[in-house]
Design a protein around this ligand. Structure first.
Ligand code: FAD
Length: 417
């Protein structure tokens, strides 16, 4: 989901022209989002998706992605030699702002577009860039992220999925978890342990894995929201060609950092709802003159503004050519607090009606889903506690806890499994 931000007053003429062009194309090719019970809300209601509905949804996303690609709106800031448009991040942002007003969804391509493309662009060989990026941009390939493990989430570098070299191939064994869309994906980005005799961050290798390879098994997990969008993924004797290593063997931690920083920046990008939707909800429930609700709505408005300006700051850094850094943790933390507060606000507005669910609830339980969905944003991409550690250590320069696991050979470090 992308944030809906208003264009700035001082938009450069060429950007304003681009915005008009995008609007005209979207008006001709997509339906406007309506503020009432619309498609956007229906997609996030408390009714569980059936496998048929899910397949139909994936097909709709692929078709839309093909249309975007053909029209020149996929990979706007990606170089033309890799199937992109060679445009600017500012144009990409304008497109995101505009498309958020329409009833379209490319959420299943989120990992690919926002995490895989930037990582391959930075660390891939020329052959890898040519091979993977165009197919991703045109919607042919759906990607998933195979990073977290049952014993390695926040402490991701403690992973134990093993890759062993066998001639021109690697043999991979282990288990991943919480892998969004792995049951639907064509390809996965995977990090593995390849050297157990060096400190943990130095023995990791990053692979691009064909999800149809024998030995890859994704089993969907049902979430608190009722939807099963993520998986546990088992890897048993999976053979991956050496040419699918991204970056250097044992240099995978650095490659993963590029992916993770882009992930945080993306999650910090917004929740898809605007302040208006919360104030309308209060009106709908006759709570808009309740002083406590009004106070909380005022706080929500303030948070929306703070997030908007944090976003501007991130965009200014991107414009100056800076990759997302530890500051993206500020955004991630701010959006986490925002969804937490908004979830509670929604329940306070609905009062006893908040106890209803699915079809019985207002707007098919869309607002209950907002409350329950907060944990996906607060945990995914690194928890609030972990973001605070990153901020303390890497932004504020505070001393970190004693961490012998950073220097001892990984083989000797106590494991979570
Ligand atoms: C919706 C969603 C989608 C996801 N999608 C993917 C995906 O596609 N691919 C993928 O690989 N992963 C995915 N994840 C996994 C996600 O990255 C992990 O859940 C996250 O990193 C936390 O790891 P964990 O769940 O193992 O929790 P743990 O690391 O076990 O943490 C448990 C608790 O301990 C706290 N904690 C841990 N270490 C510290 C510390 N050093 N200091 C203070 N507190 C600490 C945490 O904050 C947390 O509260 C997804 C998660 C969610 C919720």
């Amino acid at each position: 989901m992308t944030a809906v931000a208003a264009p700035t007053d001082q938009e450069a003429p060429e950007l304003a022209a681009f915005r008009n062009e995008v609007r005209a194309w979207l008006d001709a090719n997509a339906e406007r989002r309506r503020p009432d019970a619309n498609e956007f809300k229906k997609r996030f209601t408390a009714t569980s998706e059936t496998p048929e509905e899910e397949r139909a949804h994936v097909q709709r996303c692929r078709t839309w992605q093909h249309e975007l690609f053909d029209a020149g709106y996929s990979g706007i800031a990606v170089p033309t030699e890799y199937g992109g448009q060679g445009g600017t991040p500012a144009q990409q942002r304008v497109f995101q702002q505009e498309v958020a007003r329409y009833e379209v969804d490319i959420g299943i391509f989120t990992v690919g577009m926002n995490m895989v493309v930037p990582t391959i662009l930075v660390h891939g060989t020329e052959e890898q860039k040519q091979r993977f990026i165009p197919r991703l941009l045109n919607g042919d390939d759906l990607w998933c992220q195979l990073f977290s493990e049952p014993g390695a989430g926040s402490d991701l570098a403690g992973l134990t999925t093993k890759a062993e070299r066998d001639g021109d191939e690697w043999i991979i064994n282990g288990q991943k978890v919480w892998n969004s869309y792995a049951h639907l994906a064509d390809w996965g980005i995977l990090i593995t342990r390849t050297d157990w005799d060096v400190p943990k961050h130095r023995g990791i290798t990053y692979f691009l894995v064909d999800m149809t390879t024998p030995g890859v098994e994704a089993r969907p997990l049902r979430q608190i929201t009722g939807v099963a969008h993520f998986n546990e993924t088992f890897l048993t004797e999976v053979r991956v060609p050496h040419e699918n290593v991204l970056g250097e063997v044992n240099g995978g931690w650095g490659v993963a950092q590029t992916t993770l920083m882009n992930e945080r920046a993306m999650i910090g990008g917004g929740s898809g709802l605007g302040f208006r939707e919360y104030s309308d909800l209060a009106k709908r429930f006759g709570r808009d003159d309740d002083p406590v609700v009004r106070q909380r709505l005022a706080s929500a408005y303030t948070r929306f503004q703070v997030l908007k300006w944090l976003g501007e700051r991130a965009r200014a850094a991107a414009k100056a050519g800076k990759p997302p850094g530890p500051e993206s943790s500020v955004m991630k933390l701010a959006i986490s607090e925002h969804v937490y507060e908004n979830g509670n606000l929604v329940l306070a507005i609905e009062g006893p009606d908040a106890m209803l669910y699915a079809k019985d609830a207002y707007e098919d339980g869309f607002w209950q889903q907002q409350f329950l969905g907060q944990w996906s944003i607060r945990i995914g991409g690194g928890t609030e506690q972990v973001q605070r550690n990153i901020l303390g250590e890497r932004v504020l320069g505070l001393p970190s806890d004693p961490r012998p696991d950073k220097t001892d050979p990984f083989r000797d470090v106590p494991k979570n499994v």
